[in-house]
Design a protein around this ligand. Structure first.
Ligand code: HEM
Length: 220
């Protein structure tokens, strides 16, 4: 049980910090961060993240149209489908080319279920993916180097904000902390944040398991 008197960002951070640590150290994420993924695995990852973001963004659009508190923290400038399309196109792929893996389809089901039952919780899912730009913006440097990417397209999902990263993240944090959520909503958002970390880890694990570039130890 969380305490609504604590700022929501501090609750999210505390509830997910251990998961952040383990996800960050996951074999697949480490390889991504170092720019050591094969081109194929990087494309597979972008494709799976496309499916996740597409489902999430459809649900978030509906949420922000009907809920002013959600609209005070989420705006379409944070949506990342367009970056994923640009990156996939850069690599001569396209969004529909790869189907969702079972791990990804599970996330999509979870998001669609939340959209029906407790859409406010989707803010927690969004928090994780928005927050991931903090580490991903560093990974973008390695990826650009590894694949000789010169412009934005190719690594724009990893680094959507460029030099504005810190400012964008600070604005998101300030807006979240200024929003008023009930205790029940707070609990739902925090749980959704925890779930999304697990979801991202599961997708990384599934991608490593199907790749010839990774050996047996794919989940640590
Ligand atoms: C490549 C491995 C990663 C590294 C090196 C990394 C690094 C970082 C750093 C340095 C911050 C702190 C930013 C700040 O407070 O100013 C951060 C925050 C965050 N990262 Fe990561 N990260 C990685 C992977 C991930 C992944 C895979 C996710 C989730 C999909 C994620 C989600 C988050 C979130 C939600 C925050 C915000 C935490 C908060 O509420 O303060 N990170 N990360």
């Amino acid at each position: 049980m969380t305490h609504a008197t604590d700022g929501i960002m501090s609750l999210l951070r505390t509830a997910t910090s251990e998961l952040h640590g383990s996800t960050e150290q996951q074999t697949f994420q480490v390889s991504l961060g170092r720019g050591e993924l094969s081109r194929e695995d990087y494309i597979h990852w972008l494709s799976q993240m496309y499916h996740v973001h597409h489902t999430l963004e459809v649900a978030l659009k509906t949420l922000i149209e009907s809920n002013s508190i959600a609209a005070s923290v989420i705006d379409e400038g944070q949506f990342k489908v367009r970056m994923l399309i640009a990156d996939l196109t850069y690599f001569d792929s396209s969004p529909g080319q790869e189907s969702p893996l079972p791990a990804t389809a599970k996330v999509q089901d979870q998001l669609e279920e939340l959209a029906k039952t407790s859409p406010i919780a989707l803010i927690g899912q969004h928090y994780v993916l928005e927050g991931s730009t903090n580490g991903n913006s560093f990974a973008a440097k390695s990826i650009r180097k590894a694949f000789d990417i010169e412009g934005d397209a190719g690594a724009s999902y990893l680094d959507p904000y460029g030099s504005q990263q810190r400012e964008k993240w600070k604005n998101f944090k300030d807006n979240m902390n200024a929003a008023t959520f009930s205790q029940e909503e707070t609990d739902l958002i925090v749980q959704a944040g925890v779930d999304m970390f697990q979801n991202v880890a599961n997708i990384g694990q599934a991608l490593a398991a199907q790749s010839l570039s990774f050996t047996t130890d794919t989940n640590s």
